[in-house]
Design a protein around this ligand. Structure first.
Ligand SMILES: CC(C)(COP(=O)(O)OP(=O)(O)OC[C@H]1O[C@@H](n2cnc3c(N)ncnc32)[C@H](O)[C@@H]1OP(=O)(O)O)[C@@H](O)C(=O)NCCC(=O)NCCS
Length: 180
């Protein structure tokens, strides 16, 4: 890993079954578990071949250091969190830097930027969202570095008090109270 202070070289690659033990280790590590919750439940969701979410390993200088997931949220999960104004056509991002020694080096924000660009390449996606616990300073800062703005707070039935972070297409502004 570089320590030159320059932006890290970050890429994405499709995980295979051979990566499952590494992802399981990341999910079990304290710094991920603290925000992601139950490692077994998350592993079965991530490794479920029927899942509609996209997944990519985060590579830094060619090394596997984390995982990023993105999907269209369901109407049910948005409404359960009180995010009634958010349409299911948005893309929702979740991420982790599993290798703790790679956290805080600009890798998470670079990976978020890559996935957001991919998502917004689809003209049917109005904007990209990420929900993060209000206490998760690293996540809020990484999303802000990737260009996301804080739209509003809400109560997630599983994660508690969260902040909805939104990345608009460049040049567009969120109309107040209407995010469709
Ligand atoms: C959230 C996460 C993906 C961010 O990735 P990252 O590579 O660490 O992010 P970046 O380095 O691009 O940006 C993080 C910023 O937060 C800062 N930061 C990190 N930990 C912090 C802390 N505990 N308090 C305050 N700031 C913190 C970093 O210094 C950096 O800011 P800077 O560039 O201004 O110095 C990563 O920290 C992680 O995987 N955390 C555990 C799992 C998690 O919380 N996932 C998100 C759930 S929504």
């Amino acid at each position: 890993m570089s320590s030159t202070g320059q932006a890290p070289v970050v890429g994405l690659s499709v995980p295979t079954d051979a990566d499952i033990p590494l992802i399981a280790r990341w999910l079990q590590s304290d710094h991920v578990r603290h925000y992601w919750g139950d490692p077994e439940e998350n592993l079965s969701l991530i490794s479920d071949p029927r899942s509609s979410s996209h997944r990519a390993l985060i590579l830094a200088y060619g090394q596997k250091v984390g995982l990023i997931l993105w999907q269209h949220p369901s109407r049910e999960e948005l409404d359960e969190a009180g995010l009634n104004e958010v349409p299911t056509s948005v893309i929702d991002i979740d991420m982790m830097i599993g290798d703790e020694s790679a956290a805080g080096r600009g890798i998470g924000s670079a990976a978020i930027r890559l996935v957001a660009e991919l998502a917004l390449a689809d003209s049917a996606v109005p904007y990209v969202i990420a929900a993060t616990s209000t206490s998760n300073t690293a996540s809020r800062k990484a999303l802000a570095k990737a260009g996301f703005g804080e739209a509003r707070e809400f109560d997630d039935p599983i994660c508690g008090r969260c902040v909805l972070m939104v990345l608009q297409r460049s040049g567009t502004v969120l109309p107040e109270g209407d995010m469709s």
